[in-house]
Ligand binder design. Structure first.
Ligand SMILES: Cc1cc2nc3c(=O)[nH]c(=O)nc-3n(C[C@H](O)[C@H](O)[C@H](O)COP(=O)(O)OP(=O)(O)OC[C@H]3O[C@@H](n4cnc5c(N)ncnc54)[C@H](O)[C@@H]3O)c2cc1C
Length: 482
C-alpha cells in the first residue's frame, strides 16, 4: 500500500519534465503502444536540443554535452504521468491512500522499522481539536519504503537513527522554480528543448534555465539555483523573473499566459552523497536517497528504477524470511549492479567541479572534458567542499541585490505565483515550520544574513516584521502554511 500526502496522486508533483524512458520501458514496455488501451497519452517526443550561454541581452551557442541529449526521451506532464502510474498500480492491487502524510516512524522493540503513523487531522492553530478531528493511524508493514522526494522528514529521522550517512558526504541541494505557459501557437515548436547557463546568475552561483515545448502549445520554463550560492541577498524567485525577461525566453512567452507555478528542491550531491539505503525493516528510494543525475537534471528514471529494485529485493526477502525484521541487503547490491549506479558514478565530478577557483568557467571547462572525453573513467572523486549553508557569506560582505518590479505579464509577484500552485491549506491549522529558539535566531542568524529566509523561499512563507518590544527591532514570523 501507498501513502501520499497530496490530495491525489500527482498533485504535489511539478509538471513539464523530460522523461528518459529507460525505467518505464522496463516496467511497462507497452506504455505508449497503440494496442494498450491503458497507454499513457501525454508524451511529446523530444525533437532537438539547444544549449545557450546567456549574457544580459544575447546568447551564445554552446555544444550540448551528451548528458543533455534528449533523443528518444519524452516531454511529459510529470503529475499526469504519476497519476497514470497510480492507476496502473491500483489495477494490480496496490491500495493507495492520498491525503495521508506519514508523520512518524514506528519501531519494533528490536529497533527495526515497524511502519509509519499519520498525523491527527482536524487540529486548530491553537492545538485544540476541531469538529473534523480524526486520530492519526498506524500503518504496520514488514517492509517500509521511504520515497519522500528531495528532503523527506521521515527520511531524516531514519538516516539519523541508523547512521546511514556514515560513509557518504553530506547531501547538497538546488532549488528549482518552474512555470507552465500556454503560448501563442505561432511560437510553438513541439518537442523543442532549450537549456541555458549564465545570465541571470553570476559566475559564483551554480544553476541554469530551460524551456520545453510540449503537449498543445504548452511550454515548461524554469530555473535551478544551487543552494550553495554565496550572496544571501539573492532571491532564486527574483532571478527566475529576470531570466524570463531575457530575449531568448521573453520572445516565446510574450502573448502567452502563465497557467501554473511550482517550486521544489532537488538533490545535487550525486554519487558521493548517496547514503546507505537499506536498514532493518525498510529502505530509501528515489530522490530521498539522492539518485538525481545533476548534469541531466533528471531523476525520474533513477527514482523509478530504485523503486523497482527495492520492490524486487523486498519480494525475494519476503519469500525466504518467515518472520522478524527484513533487511534489504539485496537492494543495495542490485543498485550497485544497475545502470543507476553506473550513470551516477560517471557524472560524479561534474557538479563539484564548479567549486574550482574559476567557479562557473572552471566547472564548464572541466565538465566539458569529462562529458566528451573522460566519461567519469578517472581515479579521482571530487568532494563537496562544504554544506550549502556553510557556503553562505555574511550579508554585509555582499552586494545587495534589488530586483525589478514585476510587470504582471511576464514577471509576477510571489503571491500571484503561489495562487497558481494548486495547493491550498486551511487557515486554522497548526503552523508546522517553527523556529526552535527565536531569541538565538534573532541574535545570531538575523544580524549575519539579514533574513535570507525571506528571499530564498519561493512561496513567500517567511516574513520579518517590526517588533518594538525587541532590541533588534525585528520579530520572525511565519506568515503562511506550506
Ligand atoms: C525544477 C525541477 C525540474 C526537474 N526536471 C526534471 C526532468 O526534466 N526530468 C527528470 O527526470 N527529472 C526532473 N526533475 C527531478 C524529478 O522531479 C525527481 O527526480 C523525481 O520527481 C523524483 O521522484 P521521487 O518519487 O523520488 O520524489 P517526488 O517526485 O518528489 O515524489 C515524492 C512524493 O512523496 C510524497 N510525500 C513526501 N513525503 C511524504 C510523507 N511523509 N507522507 C506521504 N507522502 C509523502 C510527495 O507528496 C510526492 O508526491 C526535476 C526536479 C525539479 C525540482
Amino acid at each position: 500500500m501507498l501513502l501520499e500526502k497530496a490530495s491525489e496522486i500527482g498533485a504535489h508533483i511539478l509538471s513539464g519534465a523530460v522523461l528518459e524512458p529507460i525505467a518505464i520501458n522496463e516496467l511497462i514496455p507497452d506504455w505508449l503502444s497503440e494496442e494498450n488501451e491503458n497507454r499513457f497519452e501525454g508524451a511529446t517526443p523530444a525533437a532537438g536540443d539547444r544549449m545557450r550561454y546567456l549574457t544580459e541581452k544575447s546568447s551564445v551557442w554552446l555544444p550540448a554535452p551528451p548528458q543533455m541529449h534528449n533523443k528518444g526521451n519524452y516531454i511529459i506532464s510529470l503529475s499526469e504521468f504519476t497519476k497514470w502510474l497510480g492507476d496502473r498500480a491500483e489495477e494490480v492491487g496496490v491500495e493507495i491512500y492520498p491525503g495521508f502524510a506519514g508523520a512518524e516512524v514506528l519501531y519494533t522493540s528490536d529497533g527495526s522499522v515497524k511502519g509509519v503513523a499519520t498525523n491527527d487531522l482536524g487540529i486548530a492553530r491553537d492545538g485544540s481539536a476541531k469538529d473534523s478531528f480524526e486520530r492519526g493511524m498506524e500503518f504496520h508493514a514488514r517492509i517500509t519504503l521511504f520515497g519522500e522526494g528531495c528532503h523527506g522528514s521521515l527520511t531524516k529521522q531514519v538516516i539519523k537513527k541508523y547512521d546511514l550517512r556514515r560513509d557518504s558526504q553530506p547531501q547538497t541541494y538546488g532549488l528549482g522554480i518552474k512555470e507552465v505557459w500556454e503560448i501563442d501557437p505561432a511560437k510553438f515548436n513541439k518537442g523543442s528543448i532549450t537549456h541555458s547557463m549564465g545570465y541571470p546568475l553570476k559566475a559564483d552561483t551554480y544553476g541554469g534555465g530551460w524551456m520545453y515545448h510540449f503537449g498543445e502549445n504548452l511550454v515548461s520554463i524554469g530555473l535551478v539555483v544551487g543552494l550553495d550560492y554565496p550572496n544571501p541577498w539573492l532571491s532564486p524567485y527574483g532571478e527566475f523573473q529576470k531570466m524570463k525577461m531575457h530575449p531568448l525566453y521573453r520572445e516565446v512567452l510574450e502573448g502567452g499566459k502563465c497557467i501554473s507555478y511550482g517550486a521544489r528542491a532537488l538533490n545535487e550531491g550525486g554519487f558521493q552523497s548517496i547514503p546507505k539505503v537499506a536498514f532493518p525493516g525498510g529502505a530509501l528510494i528515489g530522490d530521498t536517497a539522492g539518485f538525481l543525475n545533476v548534469p541531466k537534471i533528471k531523476g525520474t528514471h533513477t527514482a523509478m528504477k530504485s523503486g523497482m529494485l527495492a520492490a524486487e529485493a523486498g519480494w525475494e526477502a519476503l519469500q525466504s524470511e518467515n518472520e522478524g525484521a527484513v533487511f534489504l541487503f539485496d537492494y543495495e547490491s542490485k543498485l550497485r549492479d544497475s545502470w543507476v549506479w553506473k550513470e551516477l558514478k560517471e557524472v560524479r565530478n561534474m557538479r563539484p567541479s564548479f567549486h574550482s577557483p574559476l567557479k562557473l568557467y572552471g566547472g564548464v571547462m572541466y565538465s566539458g572534458i569529462e562529458a566528451f572525453l573522460l566519461k567519469g573513467k578517472v581515479p579521482w572523486t571530487f568532494s563537496h567542499k562544504t554544506t550549502d549553508s556553510a557556503a553562505t557569506k555574511l550579508a554585509d560582505e555582499c552586494e545587495k541585490i534589488e530586483y525589478p518590479k514585476p510587470d504582471g505579464k511576464i514577471t509576477f509577484d510571489i503571491l500571484t505565483s503561489v495562487s497558481r500552485t494548486g495547493t491550498n491549506h486551511e487557515e486554522d491549522q497548526p503552523v508546522h515550520l517553527r523556529v526552535e529558539d527565536w531569541d538565538k535566531h534573532a541574535e545570531s542568524s538575523y544580524p549575519k544574513y539579514k533574513g535570507l529566509e525571506n528571499r530564498f523561499c519561493p512561496a513567500g512563507v517567511y516574513e520579518y516584521v517590526e517588533d518594538n518590544t525587541k532590541d533588534l527591532g525585528v520579530r520572525f514570523q511565519i506568515n503562511a502554511q506550506k
